[in-house]
Design a protein around this ligand. Structure first.
Ligand SMILES: [Zn+2]
Length: 321
């Protein structure tokens, strides 16, 4: 089967835990990925909220250097893609097509920063992580304001330079600012708030998970705008302890499909960035998830859209420009 995964933190884990991209003890590695036919994977470099300014730049560049070094060691298995030709080449030679992203905009949060991101090959920027940064407010910041003036300027640069804006982690007002900015916007790894509200027992963690997820109005807006929503495998964004495996994924998917999401629903596993139920905890579990969904009545054609084609079509467009 084919997989297009919109979010993983594997590059950062390889750097921080000195793990091999080839066979490190990770949710994702190239050996586990062998189970797939075609594979495209967005590799995020996550910027912790305490890193700002030069510290964020330095951290990003160190993780990227290490990631590029890992890729060069295993270049028969993986190719870092700058454009659609690269993606086709990776596809035709059975390699993982790697696309570079940055989670938390701090390394590029200055006028002219998006040009630098473009030079480094970044194709998508998740605007904030959970707290406030230079350009806006994350879902845990406690602030209801929209994007800051710098954030709005950088979104115009992202539109011009064809870098996708990712609204996962952003607060609600920031979400609406981003969606109305003219830039291409996706939610790379976010689930349904209303599903969580209905199915999770009340707790602090539930309230955080709900703030981190998309309400129905946001989902409909992303559907109407031809965006993407990647289902996140993080336990607490799927359901309560023990109800956070395949069945929970199906629940979130069904809800997004009911809201018209057939052409936007995708996978944003969050591999190597969170705690995941054993049913889902690795790229090698993806075929079993597909089999489960087919059993549940999601047709083969729709499953192919969710696991690959929706995201492929979107990024084909991004990479061709
Ligand atoms: Zn994240």
């Amino acid at each position: 089967m084919n997989l297009f995964d919109l979010h993983c933190d594997t590059a950062g884990e390889c750097f921080n835990r000195k793990m091999s991209l080839y066979n490190g003890n990770l949710h994702y590695n190239l050996c586990k990925g062998n189970i797939l036919d075609k594979e495209c994977r967005l590799f995020a470099i996550w910027i912790p909220d305490e890193l700002r300014g030069n510290d964020a730049v330095e951290y990003f560049e160190n993780v990227l250097l290490n990631f590029k070094n890992e890729i060069s060691l295993y270049d028969s298995k993986i190719k870092l893609c700058q454009d659609f030709l690269d993606l086709k080449e990776a596809e035709n030679s059975g390699k993982c097509a790697a696309i570079l992203t940055c989670e938390g905009a701090s390394p590029f949060a200055y006028d002219g920063g998006i040009e630098r991101a473009k030079e480094l090959g970044v194709k998508l920027i998740t605007l904030t992580w959970n707290s406030e940064n230079e350009i806006g407010y994350g879902c845990q910041s406690g602030c209801d304001s929209g994007l800051k003036p710098l954030g709005k300027r950088l979104l115009r640069d992202m539109e011009r330079l064809n870098i996708v804006a990712d609204v996962s982690h952003l607060n609600t007002a920031g979400f609406y600012d981003a969606v109305s900015s003219g830039a291409r916007v996706i939610a790379s790894h976010s689930n349904s708030k209303s599903v969580l509200e209905k199915t999770r027992a009340d707790s602090e963690d539930k309230f955080f998970s709900c703030r981190r997820s998309l309400d129905d109005e946001q989902i409909k807006l992303l559907v109407e705008s031809g965006s993407l929503i990647g289902i996140n495998f993080c336990k607490s964004f799927l359901g309560d302890e023990g109800d956070d495996g395949f069945e929970a994924v199906y629940r979130h998917m069904s809800h997004i499909l009911e809201l018209g999401g057939e052409n936007v629903l995708s996978i944003g596993s969050d591999f190597d960035g969170c705690e995941i139920n054993p049913e889902l905890s690795g790229v090698d579990k993806i075929p079993a998830l597909e089999a489960f969904l087919l059993e549940k009545g999601i047709g083969k054609e729709l499953a192919e859209k969710i696991f690959y084609k929706n995201a492929y079509n979107f990024f084909k467009n991004v990479l061709q420009n």
